[in-house]
Design a protein around this ligand. Sequence first.
Ligand SMILES: C[S@@+](CC[C@H](N)C(=O)[O-])C[C@H]1O[C@@H](n2cnc3c(N)ncnc32)[C@H](O)[C@@H]1O
Length: 219
Amino acid sequence: MLQRKMKKIFPGVYRINGKLATKNSVRGFRVYGERLIEKKGQEYRFWDPFRSKLGAGILKGLKKLPIKPNYNVLYLGSSTGTTASHVADITRNSVYCIEFSKRMMRELIPVSGVKTNMIPILGDAIHPLEYCHNINLVDVIYQDVAQPNQAEILIKNTEMFAPRYAMFVVKSRSINAVKSPKKVFEEEIDKLKEKFKILQIVDLRPYDKDHVLVNLEVF
Ligand SMILES: C[S@@+](CC[C@H](N)C(=O)[O-])C[C@H]1O[C@@H](n2cnc3c(N)ncnc32)[C@H](O)[C@@H]1O
């Protein structure tokens, strides 16, 4: 029988034969056509770093994953749930999925009907007051919204939900398409320095160009 090499990278996150994977919280369920494999009576879902910036960040050397098995996560910009579903495999607790596109929400709702710790919330991340009543305590915010005011969105949500950590995807072209991405990243991350300790900045190339993933601890 084929022996698969398996290494735990973070709690709930593995490398199997070199490929990233999470333990599938719902056996047999796929979210975006990813491959499932069985190992020692447990099913794992491969995690495509070209489809997920968190997956890319982990493969690019993220040192600390502030999404832990007992953490509640506020996920801003969940889209149809590709990355959020892996987050929902890692934590047994709630993943509050904020998405403002009704079209994306239509695809997210059936996913959250099966992965029941994903809570879909139709809302605009710039207005946390409008969805805060649906959300309990949050340990970490994961934000991936393609908006010109990305730092402002993160600050507003941090003030509202008081998490310990944040993971912030910066897309340079959504902020300024003509300035050099390096300059845009520097300026955007600078806006966070009063509220957060910058733990690590991960360049997501070659999986995603013009993006960095910033790991933050709230002061
Ligand atoms: C790059 S996609 C997210 C991909 C997703 N994080 C993943 O890895 O599977 C960005 C998403 O953010 C949503 N979005 C953009 N601005 C938003 C806002 N202000 N509030 C909520 N969602 C927003 C978009 O509709 C889109 O689905």
